[in-house]
Design a binder for this molecule. Structure first.
Ligand code: FAD
Length: 452
């Protein structure tokens, strides 16, 4: 019995339950469909297209090595899959389950011919719920409940053979999809830091456990490489969280890392309950927040995007994002908070910018983290909690990080680099602060007060 293997954010052969089931049933036709309409405003962003191109290229080669192929199509995924069923005589579609609302809609539309498998989270998301059976809204309680479901089962091996159909359907040529960005030309810079594809994802998953003992101490220090950098691989499903989990062994030191890895499961649960979380405030009272939206606000947004706010830690982060497609987690928090609180710009603007610039842009992770920082989310974090970017920069010893990403400041000492203005130092070409810390803070608190 020939089946279609519908690949999405699960571009791997290891621990791929949908592939295992399909290969067991008979000939397999692996298909990737680029559907830019179904996600609406959440179509894959610019930086991520670069990743996708290389990841699909790598997967195509791995399938070819197993005498299989990757069929590429572009358009409405549901219509294309139905047409492929008719054209190939395949009877079923196998796929891994995803939680983005546009995927779930398509899964529903396909109905009975689709067999869905869990495989991209540590646990079945529907199983980790409150006593009342609803998804958790607060991470700490979610984490307690998820631990009761661990360890996950052992990862599945790659099927020994992937039976091929007698006739292959037509495929687009990857190059014709024009996924590689030309303006801006991100390719060269990204390729220095990143290698998309399953092979590299597995190397990282295998090597990171050597570092995991130091994770808790180093993960907040942007000047060090203390985190796994697995996020774009995990987003594209080039490695499964189960594989990452079991590579860690039973080291107690892995606990802090697992707690972060669990955030992906948590955000999937939030999307199940609140599929529009990328655009709708978790707490509707914040709909009335008087965000700035005039010409001055637009100028400020631009300065933030370009890394020219006069706050070295913020500028370093925003330039790292633009130049490498990724940003350190601590700095994501600082830059996001600065936009939303100090500049009083709607969190959705920042979320959008991250969506276009991040190679790991992920609808659940991005929106949950933005709403958490903004204090508009369903959890208990309040808008009135305002991070002090300069204090954070000092506390987490960001000096070398700033020197790397803001070359105008490379010669400054550890004492002056976090806040050159305060020391009367103004290297040429580095902007003055676009707003004072106290001024920004007070404006944000005043705006929050209008909500009563
Ligand atoms: P590690 O510290 O090594 O963590 C391992 C894995 O756990 C990560 O790869 C990631 O998959 C997961 N993880 C860790 N922290 C979080 C978290 N807070 N939320 C969700 N998952 C987490 N992460 C994304 O994958 N995509 C996004 O679009 C995204 N947007 C963000 C926006 C903001 C404003 C903030 C504050 C955070 C965002 N994050 C996002 C979460 C986090 O910053 C990244 O997952 C992390 O920096 C990736 O680096 P790493 O792989 O080295 O992480």
């Amino acid at each position: 019995e020939t089946t279609l293997l519908w690949l999405r954010q699960d571009l791997r052969l290891h621990d791929q339950p949908a592939l295992v089931a399909a290969a067991h049933a008979g000939p397999v036709i692996p298909v990737y469909i680029l559907d830019d309409d179904a996600p609406g405003q959440w179509r894959i962003g610019g930086a991520q297209r670069w990743w996708l191109h290389h990841s699909l290229d790598a997967l195509g080669k791995e399938l070819a090595a197993k005498h299989s192929r990757l069929i590429l199509r572009r358009g409405d995924a549901v219509a294309i899959l139905r047409q492929l069923l008719a054209d190939t005589g395949a009877t079923r579609i196998h796929a891994i389950r995803h939680y983005e609302p546009w995927w779930r809609k398509q899964e529903d539309a396909l109905g009975d011919v689709l067999d869905l498998y869990d495989g991209n989270r540590l646990s079945r998301v529907e199983d980790v719920t409150t006593g009342a059976g609803t998804p958790f809204r607060v991470f700490s309680s979610f984490w307690r409940a998820l631990q009761a479901q661990l360890p996950p089962e052992q990862p599945l091996p790659v099927p020994r053979t992937i039976p091929a159909p007698e006739h292959w359907p037509e495929s687009d040529a990857l190059a014709d999809w024009d996924l590689l960005p030309t303006k801006p030309d991100w390719s060269t810079a990204f390729a220095k830091d990143w290698t998309p594809g399953e092979a590299e994802a597995l190397v990282k998953a295998k090597d990171f456990p050597d570092e995991v003992a130091a994770y808790d101490r180093r993960r907040n220090l942007p000047s060090e490489e203390g985190t796994s950098r697995l996020s774009p691989h995990l987003h594209h499903g080039e490695v499964s969280p189960r594989t990452v989990y079991h590579a860690l062994g039973h080291d107690a030191a892995a606990a802090a890392f697992l707690r972060e890895l669990a955030w992906r499961d948590f955000t999937a649960g939030v999307l199940l309950a609140l599929p529009d979380y990328g655009s709708v405030n978790g707490r509707r009272k914040y709909d009335a927040l008087p965000w700035r939206d005039d010409a001055a606000a637009k100028r400020d947004l631009k300065a933030w995007q370009q890394g020219r706010t006069g706050y070295p830690i913020v500028d370093a982060g925003m330039r790292q994002l633009w130049q490498s497609g990724w940003m350190h987690n601590r700095v994501r928090m600082i830059t996001a908070s600065f936009l939303v609180k100090h500049l009083l710009v709607n969190w959705r603007e920042g979320e959008r910018w991250f969506w276009d610039c991040l190679i790991d842009a992920d609808y659940g992770n991005n929106s949950v983290n933005w709403q958490w920082i903004a204090g508009t989310g369903v959890d208990a974090n309040m808008f009135g909690r305002i991070m002090a970017p300069l204090g954070q920069s000092e506390k987490f010893e960001a000096g070398d990080y700033i020197r790397e990403w803001v070359p105008e400041l490379a010669d400054l000492s550890d004492e002056t680099i976090h806040d050159p203005d305060a020391h009367g130092v103004r290297p040429d070409a580095y902007p003055a602060k676009i707003i004072g810390h106290r001024e920004g803070r007070e404006r944000a608190l005043a705006a929050a007060k209008t909500l009563g």
